[in-house]
Write a protein that binds this ligand. Sequence first.
Ligand code: PXP
Length: 250
Amino acid sequence: MIPRLGVNIDHVATLRQQRDEGYPSIVDAATHALRGGADQITIHLREDRRHIQDTDVQSVHLVTKEFGKPLNLEMGCSDEIAEIAIVSQPEWICLVPEKREEKTTEGGLDVMGEENFTKIKSMMAKLREGISDVKISLFVEADEEVMRKSIELGADAVEIHTGQYAKEFLDNGDTDSHIELYKKAYNVVKDTSVGYHAGHGLSLDSVIPLLQLNIFKEYNIGHWIVSQAVFEGLQPVIQKFCKVFKEHEL
Ligand code: PXP
C-alpha cells in the first residue's frame, strides 16, 4: 500500500485573506492538488477564521466529491465549528487543539486530563451522531499512554504531531529521538484498527526518513507544499511527493 497524501490548502486561503479580491481560489487549489495526485484535501476551519472560511468547507467538499476523494476537516473541540461540520458532512474530521494566539497548531491534543478526555469524547459522539459514517482522527503527540487513551476514545486514527521532528530536521538537530517515539507509539496501535497518520511541518526532504519507517499510512502536508508551489506550481510539487511515496510502498 502506498501511503496516502492529504494536501492541506489552508495557506492558499491565508494568501487570499490578505486582500478582499477573492483570489487565489481555494476551489482551484483543491482541483490542482487532486489533479496532482493528492489522496485527500485537508482544511482547518479555525474559530478565528484566519484562513479557511465557512463557505470554503462546502465548496472544497464539492471538489473532493467530484474526484471521489475524502475531505479531512481539522477543527478544535468547538460546538460552533461542529455545527458547520455537520452541515458539510466531511468524510474525515481531525480534532486538534486550538489556541487563538498560536501561529499554527503547536502540539497534540491533551487526551490525558479527565476534563479534556470527557470533552473530546462528547465532541466525537456529537460528530458521529451528526455526520453519517464520519471517521475521526486525533492529532496527538507520539506517546504510548496517549495512544492507549486514543484507542479508549474510539478514534479511527491518530495523527502524530511531527512539528518538533520537522524543526529538528531543518536545524540539523536530533531527529532520532523523535523517530524512536514514533516507533514506540506505533507498537501500541499496530494491532488495532486505529490508523497511524503523521502531519505538521513536513517537507519533501523531511518526510523521507518517516517514509522509510514504513509505519505511517497517511501524511497531511500543507505549508511546505504551498510555499514550494510559488516556484514550481502546485501540481508539480504534489507529483514529486507522489513519486517519493510510491518509492516507499508499505
Ligand atoms: N495536520 C494537522 C493536524 C495540522 O493542524 C496541520 C496544520 O494545519 C497540518 C497537518 C499541516 O501542517 P503543515 O501546514 O505544517 O504541513
